[in-house]
Ligand binder design. Structure first.
Ligand code: FE2
Length: 279
């Protein structure tokens, strides 16, 4: 059965870090709808006032952050001594686990900055694991192309379509995420999906049709269940395809902490205040 669009959500303009302007998705909604995804932010601006403040040192506990850059550069550093620069086309996969203190700052004073940060929940059994992060440069991200018709960057998981079977650079994640950056023009692309997985798409350029419903730029589509999705775009579209197994656990989310209960969130806040978040 083909998936259709159950609901379309427009992204909201928000500000985070030290005044960074973002298009924010999922936050403020019932997060069980998106399980195991928690948030998707898009930064898109060529006005340095919108991003120059960056995200100075801040904590996280209980989930994973996936940062994917398209234009511009961001530098990150964390309390473990990890440092790196995210370049266009590159990705960083950070497992906050029991706690991370890090900063994410632009490495430019002008020009376009365009990128995404996706939050993916961890199961209760893994929320207090040791933190970890992986920098994945552009060269390690496989791309499938069919002329001008479509291209798919496989950021995580498995792409099985158009006679291809390609695995992305990130594996071993509990919720088995498939994360693709899809570009389509005057083409129809069918992507098979595990029936049990949640599927969301976020259009960041142009518009795309799914089962005769149109999703436009800066809109997120929540898809019904099914074993495939058929995308068509005549004018051209660029979108993120997000798919993963739901956790079906209680979600207690407060700022940079996502736990199963609000007692655990309070403990995270106390640990942060008392300098115990990072062990
Ligand atoms: Fe962060």
């Amino acid at each position: 059965m083909q998936r259709s669009i159950e609901r379309i959500l427009k992204s909201k303009i928000a500000s985070d870090g030290a005044g960074v302007k973002i298009n924010r998705n999922m936050v403020g909604e019932d997060l069980t709808f998106f399980d195991p995804f928690l948030m998707l932010d898009e930064i898109y601006s060529d006005d340095p006032d919108d991003y120059i403040g960056g995200f100075p040192e801040h904590p996280h506990r209980g989930f994973e952050t996936v940062t994917y850059m398209l234009d511009g550069k961001m530098r990150h550093s964390d309390h473990l001594g990890n440092e790196g620069t995210l370049e266009p086309g590159g990705m960083q996969w950070m497992t906050a686990g029991r706690g991370v203190l890090h900063s994410e700052m632009p490495v430019q004073e002008s020009g376009l900055l365009h990128g995404f940060q996706l939050w993916i929940n961890l199961p209760a059994s893994e929320k207090m694991q040791e933190p970890n992060y992986q920098d994945i440069p552009r060269d390690l991200i496989p791309v499938i192309k069919n002329g001008e018709n479509f291209s798919v960057k496989i950021l995580a998981g498995d792409f099985l379509s158009e006679g291809q079977n390609v695995r992305g650079p990130v594996s071993g994640i509990n919720v088995e995420p498939d994360i693709f950056d899809v570009h389509i023009k005057a083409h129809t692309l069918e992507i098979p999906t595990k029936v049990e997985k949640k599927v969301l798409i976020y259009v960041y350029e142009g518009c795309v049709d799914v089962a005769d419903q149109n999703i436009k730029s800066q809109e997120m589509g929540m898809l019904s269940s099914g074993d495939s999705v058929v995308f068509t775009s005549e004018v051209g579209s660029k979108f993120l395809f997000l798919s993963a197994m739901p956790l079906r656990e209680p979600i207690a989310s407060w700022g940079p902490f996502v736990m199963n209960t609000f007692d655990e969130v309070r403990e995270a806040i106390e640990d942060f205040k008392g300098g115990r978040l990072i062990g």
